[in-house]
Ligand binder design. Structure first.
Ligand code: NI
Length: 177
C-alpha cells in the first residue's frame, strides 16, 4: 500500500482501453484501491484511474472534501467505482477547466455532460447507482475517460483554451484529476 508513480501523457499505456474487473472483494483489488487512494492523496488530486498507475483495469476513485487550498471546489463524496457505466441525462453540456495528474501543470477547457447517472460497484462488489450533476458529473466523466484511453486534452474544442495553470490562474492551486 503506497503512493505509486503516475504515468504522464505520452506513455502509451494511458491510451489503452482497460479491462473489466472480474472478481470483487479480492486482496488484489483492495490493494489497488488503496494504492489509488494513497497516490491521489499524496498529490492532492480530485480523482485517479487505475491506468494512471499502470494498471489496465476499470477502476477509478475520486472525491473532493472541503479543502482550504481550493475554496471554490464543490464537494464530491469519496467514491470507488469499479466497471463504471455512465449514462448522460439530456444533451446539455457545460465547459469547465480541468487538470490531470497525468498532464501536470496544465489546464484546459473541456465540455462535459451537465447531468448523468453512473452505475458500477465498489471494491466489495456492492452496487453503486447515482444521479449527479456539475463538478461531480465532470470528475466522473474525466476519470471514466481514462478507462477508455482518453485524456482531457483530446476533448478540448479550442486549443487556445489550453495552457499552463500558473499562467492561466496565477496564485491559485487547483486539484488535478
Ligand atoms: Ni486525469
Amino acid at each position: 500500500m503506497a503512493a505509486r508513480p503516475v504515468l504522464r501523457m505520452g506513455d502509451p499505456r494511458l491510451l489503452q482501453v482497460s479491462r473489466p474487473v472480474e472478481r470483487f472483494d479480492t486482496p488484489e483489488l483492495h490493494a489497488l484501491v488503496q494504492d489509488l487512494h494513497d497516490t491521489m492523496a499524496a498529490l492532492d488530486g480530485a480523482g485517479i484511474a487505475a491506468p494512471q498507475i499502470g494498471v489496465g483495469l476499470r477502476v477509478v476513485v475520486f472525491g473532493v472534501g472541503r479543502n482550504p487550498r481550493y475554496p471554490e471546489a464543490e464537494e464530491v463524496p469519496a467514491t470507488v467505482l469499479v466497471n463504471p457505466v455512465l449514462m448522460p441525462l439530456g444533451e446539455e453540456t457545460e465547459d469547465g477547466w480541468e487538470g490531470c495528474l497525468s498532464v501536470p501543470g496544465m489546464r484546459g477547457l473541456v465540455p462535459r455532460y451537465l447531468r448523468l447517472r453512473y452505475t458500477g460497484f465498489d471494491a466489495h462488489g456492492k452496487p453503486v447507482d447515482r444521479t449527479v450533476s456539475g463538478f461531480h458529473a465532470r470528475v466522473a466523466q474525466h476519470e471514466c475517460d481514462h478507462l477508455d484511453g482518453i485524456l482531457y486534452p483530446m476533448r478540448i474544442r479550442d486549443l487556445r483554451q489550453f495552457g499552463f495553470s500558473d499562467v492561466l490562474f496565477p496564485g491559485q492551486e487547483l486539484p488535478d484529476e
